[in-house]
Design a protein around this ligand. Sequence first.
Ligand SMILES: [Zn+2]
Ligand SMILES: [Zn+2]
Length: 339
Amino acid sequence: MRAVVYDAPGAFSVREVPVPEPGPGEVRLAVEMAGMCGTDVHIDAGGFFSRYPLTPGHEIVGRVDALGDGVTSLARGEPVVADNTVLCGHCAPCRRGEPLFCANFYSLGVNGPGGFADCVVVRAEKCFAAGDLDLGTAVMAEPTACVVHGLDVLDLRPGADVLVFGAGPTGLVLAQLLAHGGAARVTVAAPTARKLDLARSYGTDVTVEIDRSDPARALPVLRAAAPDGYDVVVDATGAASVVEICLGLVRDGGTFFVYGMADEQLSVPLHPYEVFRRELTIKGSFAQTHCFERSLALLRSGRVRTDGLVTHEFALGDYGLALEATRSDRSCVKAAVVP
Ligand SMILES: [Zn+2]
Ligand SMILES: [Zn+2]
C-alpha cells in the first residue's frame, strides 16, 4: 500500500510500505478520507511529540477492511471514524482518571502510524459507526471531539460574552459549540473574510476582520464592543501576536482560554499583578479522550454544522500540496486527503 512517510521533520515521501496486519482486538481500515489540521503543519516542522519514521494523519474516516483476532463488534465493509488516541490504562494519570495526561500517550498520526495512507490499523473499540454521515462531516469527528473536550474544560457560564480569535475549522466549530453551550454573544475575530462569512452562516453573532500581521490594530473595535471586557477570550490561533492581546480583553474575573496550538518554543510576557488584581483565570485544552460519541451526536443532529469546511481535497500522492494549502492558501478552510 502507499503511505506518506516522514523520515525526519520536513522530509517526507509518498511510497510503498507493507500492508499492516491487525493484531488481536484491532482492525485494519481502508482510509476513505483523512483530514489535515494545523497540528500536521507543526508535525511537519518536527513539533508536538512526533516520532519518526512517521505516517501522519489523525483525523481518520475509513471502512473496516480486516478484523484482528477476537473482534466481534465490527464487520468488514463497515464505515467508521477512528478515535486516534491510545491510552495505556496503567500509568498514574490513567489510574487517577486523567487519561489525557497518560504517560504513554500514543496517538495515531502523531507518534504512531496514522491515516495519510491507504490503510491504517486501529483498536476496534476506537471505531465509531459513521455510515450515516457524508465524508466531509465524518472527517470533522476528531476536531469536534477536541472541541467537546475544550467545552468540558472551559465550563462556560450561561450568558457569557465570548470572543474567539481564529476561524479555522476548529475556531468555527468552537464558536458554534460556545453558542449552543450558553454564550449570550459569540464574536469571532480572524483575518480571512471568507472564513468570517462561514462563521456568520453558522450563527456567530459578530465577526471582526483583523490584520494577520498586526492583530492589535483591531483592539479599538474589540474594546468598543465590550468596554468592560469579555467573560471569555479564546485563542484558537496559537499565534504570539494574538495571545499577547488576549488577557487585556478579558473582563475582571474572566477567563483566557488557550485552545490553539502554539510553537513549543513560543513564550509571551505575563503580568502577574494583572492576573492577581483582576482575578483572571487561564485555562488550556489539549486534544481529547472519550469525546467521540458526543462529537458524533452533535454532527448527526446538525447542531454543529460542517458544510463548506472541507474546501480542498487531494490525492495521497499530492500530500505536499495539501500541506501547502493548509499552511498558506487563504482560500483553504480545511484540506483533506482522499487515498
Ligand atoms: Zn487535528
Ligand atoms: Zn496511561
